[in-house]
Write a new protein. Sequence first.
Length: 676
Amino acid sequence: MTVQDVTSPLVVVVNDDVIQLRVLSNMLAQEGLIAQAFDTAGEALENMLSSALPDLIVTDLHMPGIDGWRFCRLLRSMEYAAFNAVPILVVSATFSGEDVRQITARLGADAFLPVPVRTTTFINQVNGLLKGHTSRIKTRVLIVDPDATSIQKLKSAFEYAGYYAATAFSGLEAVNCLRERKAEIIVLEHQLPDTSGDRLLKELRQMHPQGVFIMIANDPRPELALGWMQQGIAAYARKPFDPQCLITLCENACRERALLHIEDTLEERTRELLNSEARYRFIYDKSPVMMHSIDRNRRFCDVNRKWLVEMGYKREEVIGRDAYFMVHPEDPALTTSDKTPVFGHESVTDFPCRFQKKDGSPIDVLVSSEAVTNRHGEKIGICVVRDVTRQKRMENERLILESQIQKFEGLNLMAGSVAHNFNNLLMGIMGNLEMAAVALGPDTPIMRNIKAAGQAAERAAELSSMMLTYAGRGLITAQTINLPELVEEMIGLLKISITDKADILFVRSKEPVFIKGDAAQINQAVINVVSNAAESFGQNPGRITLSIGTTYCGRNTFQTPFHDDNLPEGDYAYLDITDTGCGMTANTHTRAFDPFFTTKFTGRGLGLSAVLGIVRAHRGAISIQSREGRGTSVKMLFPALPMNMEKTAECTSATTANIQREHPVLPESESSGCRR
């Protein structure tokens, strides 16, 4: 029902908070009820006395002037008898979380709802009270007095005021009565037939510490009153007295006790809030990820310490600024609405953005946000920001490497096919030349031409073999190699083949490092890399360091910029060649393994391509780490053999003999100081 008419119930709403008063009144009006709103209890009482009797009264507790406590007691007193039967609904945040039954009984109300309250809950409670579904609980009073006349007089006065009164004529009877059912107020006579009021007070307070105790006595000695107050009574009265004065005293004592309880509750909640805020701030600031909060105007209202450290700002430089100020100019968020959720108040997970630090450097991030309502009722967005710059860079490098590998594999296939067909042709040529030489004899004048043709065919065969090596499909003379000994024996050859400005440092492994492979090809790979390193010095002196050892490689290792063919996890021997030269530009680094790519004027661009082919043929991996002006590190990995090899001497001699027999090709020395 949403249309009001003359038959609609009248509901009086009393609340000093303008917003709550308007909200509650609107709820009632939307239900079709007539709502009269007042911001003070005094104004409401004055209006109700001169107008129609309301069907329901909705009131707050904490109000200026006549507070909700006194307002409820007045409505239940004989002075306002016309309102005794009007149901009262208390809606307040004062006792939020407390026992509803106890609060309702203390107030003399019919129902209690803690704030904040849902519309459906509030309307259901209102409709129930209007239909007469009340469960009013009278405040219970226990009167302990041996004088029958006095006790009856007090009982009648309390019941007339709307209380439920129980009586006891002795201490034992009072204990049994309170044990059977608790009372909110205990009126206790000092002189009792079976015990003293002091002893009974102590016992009853132990049984019911929440009770409001009022002592009555004929004895005027002040020390008695002082002792009772020290034991925790709320008030005392000296006989004779007017019963109405005692009732007023009880009401004031209950109200004071309630207010003290409110203060204790508020203090406890304040302490809990402060502790909660401290815990929240600790977690917020110590979080290992960046966090920030944005208000409804898309302005920063909070950032944590990690955010400030990563972005390079001070707190006062961020708070209150528009959230877009730290978005990188190249990020689409500045020109499109696709990323509005990140800076609005929608829930998103891992939304990609690019921020800009204070120094201007970009940072790629994933933003997750959640819309929440703070304790002030304001909607804010809490965002968690993860820096993925490194992961994104690695992903880009991986994609580039995949592209290079695909290009390399295409060239490999072509080179292998050409070399295969070329070898078939050479076999026929060399075979026919040998047959011609036998048929003509050694003294034939044309024999000189036949030998020259044979030598040319042999060089062509060597070229074909080199093409297969570039393709990683060359024939490998597999044998056990002690890698440190192999490289150490090459040091002398390397020194005479490079500029005298380059100093070579060999860091040998303490333990033997064995691999399975072709010593001549590995020798060629080392020469190519060292030659490139020496040329990077130009006219400046520099150092080339060769390091050998073993390491365990998992999949995480090969996810870094390594050229590999999905190698298995395990132990690998590494050969690391590091120089202090000019380093590589980003473009050179990207194309380092491209066949025929070179930065040298007379270079052919096949040096590192051959190295890559040799490493791949040995089921290994290779990576290049370089920065312009910072030098270069080339790391080759080969599957390692167990260290307890029995044929070390045989291996070493075979390796040495193989090197001397194969005569690796030394690259031509060139004067250019650029890498490749």
